[in-house]
Structure formats: structure tokens, C-alpha cells
Write a protein that binds this ligand. Structure first.
Ligand code: F6P
Length: 326
């Protein structure tokens, strides 16, 4: 029998499309199983500053299709201090919250791991980030929608790139991971993806220029993952201007557009399944784990593993891009 009576739910860090679908699923699955639910506003900040409200099933009506997060989100400095976490714990006690579901990326799950170990609180994490950089899960909530946003944007840029016969460097998000750039490049038929995972092994730009970009075309699209390691789209374009002035180069940084929008069907389904699974995990006595998905099976991944920052990319995809862009 679970000792848990009341579950608090929060979204933290960078928002991602599908967070609302996850909030809905956690809330409804919790209520279905007899738990009370508390919505915590602005991530860990709301725990520290006591912005906590009771959630009924109506609080999550009509949100599955909405981007962003109705709980708001923040990156909270106070929670990084022991005093801040003590305050957060005191507020949990005050509201009778005895377990948490945290939806967020690696920073948010790192905070969850520390908080759980200091105060012996059952916490279940859901991978909510467009970056897809959490270990132990094939995909994260928001990643598919962000990929689709990238695809739509790059398709448009391709029209003007073709008309003007230009080389475009398009920078996508991902913090220090190349998943969006890599799969975005495949989805858009780009000539290359420049990613941080192999940045120290090869000079990706030099290799690209050596190959002569796409020989059969006069315009080129290259997706660049944001990161100091890749140099970013601006850095690469500066290099090309200096080293290869014959190219007419332009840069587009897609930026926060990638974090918005109505979640794709895949993200809504993923968030709904994972949200329900988070409550099942608490009922089974699981704690300090992230719900992941591997080969379409929901799995529990210990926080310590999920937040490792070396989730491997599929290197075969780089070859696929190369072969398909001849
Ligand atoms: O981790 C999610 C993410 O969107 C990254 O891809 C990006 O580097 C970062 O957040 C941007 O953060 P902010 O919202 O603070 O600009």
C-alpha cells in the first residue's frame, strides 16, 4: 500500500511542447488513483515561495493541445542553496505534499535528485526538454514537436536559399547535444549537420568544404547545433567568409521558436503515457527515477543515470546525411 496521499507537480527549466499534456496526465492519473494533487507554480521557485494550488481534474481541461506550461516554469537560484531547499521542504509539509512529479530537463532532474536525497522524498521525473539529451530514454517530451518546427522553418529557408544560390547555416537548439541538428538535417534534406558530439574529432566545416557541398546544386543548407564546440552558425559563417569568400553565406538562428507551438501527436501521446506512468511508479513504491521510453516500452531510469551528459548520438545518421546529399 502506498503511504502517499498528495502529489505535487511542477514544470521546471526550459519549457517544451507537451508539458501541458503531461501535467494533464499526471493530474488525472493521480486523481483516478485516489491521490490529491497540488500544482506548484514556476517550478522549484513556487515550492520555495509557496505558490501552490490544489488541482482538480477541471484545472487540466482543454490543455492537451496547448504549448508552454500552465504551471509556468523558471530556473530557480534559491533552490540551489540548502536554505532554499529547506524552505521548499517546509512548504511541502505545510501543504501535506508527500511526493513530487517533476517535469523538466537535466538541470531540473539534478535538482530533484539532490532534494530527494536530502529530505527522503519520493520524486518521479518526466523528461521534458526539446533537446532529447536525457540518458535512458529514446526520446523526450517536446523533441518531436521541435523537430517539426525546425523542419517547417528550414523548408521555407530552402526556397530563398535556392533562389539566391546561397549557403545557409541554420542554428538549432540542443544545449550541448546534436539530436535536433542531426535529425533535423535528415528531415530537411540538408547537406550536413554540425554537432558538438564529434566537434573535437573532426573539423566538420573543413570536411564539408572539401566535399564541395552538394555537387549537383548551387545552394546548400547546413544545420548547426548551438554549442561552443561547434562554433555556432555565426562562428562558422565568419570562418567561411574568411577562408572561402567565393560562397555567398547567410545565417539564421531559429531560437526560441523551437520551444513553442502545439505539441505533435507523438509528443501528446508520449506525455500522456509518461504522465500516467509517473503515478504508477509512485504506486509501485518507485522513487528517484525518471520515466523513460525504450523501444516503445516505458522504463524507469535512476536519476543518476538520466542526467549523465553523454547520451550517445547514432553515428550512422551522419553517414546517412552524407550519402543522401550527393
Ligand atoms: O534546454 C532547453 C533549451 O531550450 C536549450 O535548447 C537552450 O540552449 C536553452 O534551453 C535556452 O534557454 P533559455 O530559455 O534560458 O534561453
Amino acid at each position: 500500500m502506498s503511504e502517499i496521499k498528495c502529489v505535487g507537480i511542477l514544470t521546471s527549466g526550459g519549457d517544451s511542447p507537451g508539458m501541458n499534456a503531461a501535467i494533464r496526465a499526471v493530474t488525472r492519473a493521480a486523481i483516478y488513483n485516489g491521490f490529491e494533487v497540488m500544482g506548484i507554480m514556476r517550478g522549484y521557485k513556487g515550492l520555495v515561495t509557496d505558490e501552490i494550488i490544489p488541482f482538480k481534474t477541471q484545472n487540466v481541461s482543454n490543455i492537451i493541445q496547448q504549448g508552454g506550461t500552465i504551471l509556468k516554469t523558471a530556473r530557480c537560484k534559491e533552490f540551489m542553496t540548502p536554505e532554499g531547499r529547506q524552505q521548499a521542504y517546509d512548504n511541502m509539509q505545510k501543504h501535506g505534499i508527500d511526493a513530487l512529479v517533476v517535469i523538466g530537463g537535466d538541470g531540473s532532474l539534478t535538482g530533484a535528485r539532490i532534494f530527494a536525497s536530502e529530505f527522503n522524498i519520493p520524486i518521479v521525473g518526466l523528461p521534458g526538454t526539446i533537446d532529447n539529451d536525457l540518458y535512458g530514454t529514446d526520446t523526450t517530451i517536446g523533441y518531436d514537436t521541435a523537430l517539426n518546427t525546425i523542419m517547417d522553418a528550414v523548408d521555407k529557408i530552402r526556397d530563398t536559399a535556392t533562389s539566391h544560390e546561397r549557403l545557409f547555416f541554420i542554428e538549432v537548439m540542443g544545449r550541448n547535444a546534436g539530436f535536433l541538428a542531426l535529425n533535423g538535417a535528415i528531415a530537411t534534406g540538408a547537406e550536413a549537420a554540425i554537432i558538438p558530439e564529434i566537434a573535437t574529432e573532426v573539423d566538420q566545416l573543413a570536411e564539408l568544404i572539401e566535399n564541395g557541398f552538394r555537387k549537383s546544386k548551387n545552394s546548400s543548407i547546413v544545420l548547426v547545433a548551438e554549442s561552443e564546440l561547434t562554433g555556432g552558425a555565426m562562428g562558422l559563417s565568419e570562418r567561411v567568409k574568411k577562408e572561402f569568400p567565393e560562397y555567398d553565406v547567410r545565417v539564421t538562428i531559429l531560437g526560441h521558436i523551437q520551444r513553442g507551438g502545439s505539441p505533435s501527436a507523438a509528443d501528446r501521446i508520449l506525455a500522456s503515457r509518461m504522465g500516467e506512468a509517473s503515478i504508477n511508479a509512485l504506486l509501485e513504491g518507485q522513487r528517484n527515477i525518471m520515466v523513460g521510453i525504450q523501444n516503445d516500452e516505458l522504463v524507469y531510469v535512476p536519476f543518476t543515470k538520466a542526467i549523465r551528459n553523454d547520451k550517445p548520438i547514432n553515428r550512422d545518421l551522419l553517414n546517412t546525411i552524407k550519402i543522401l546529399s550527393i
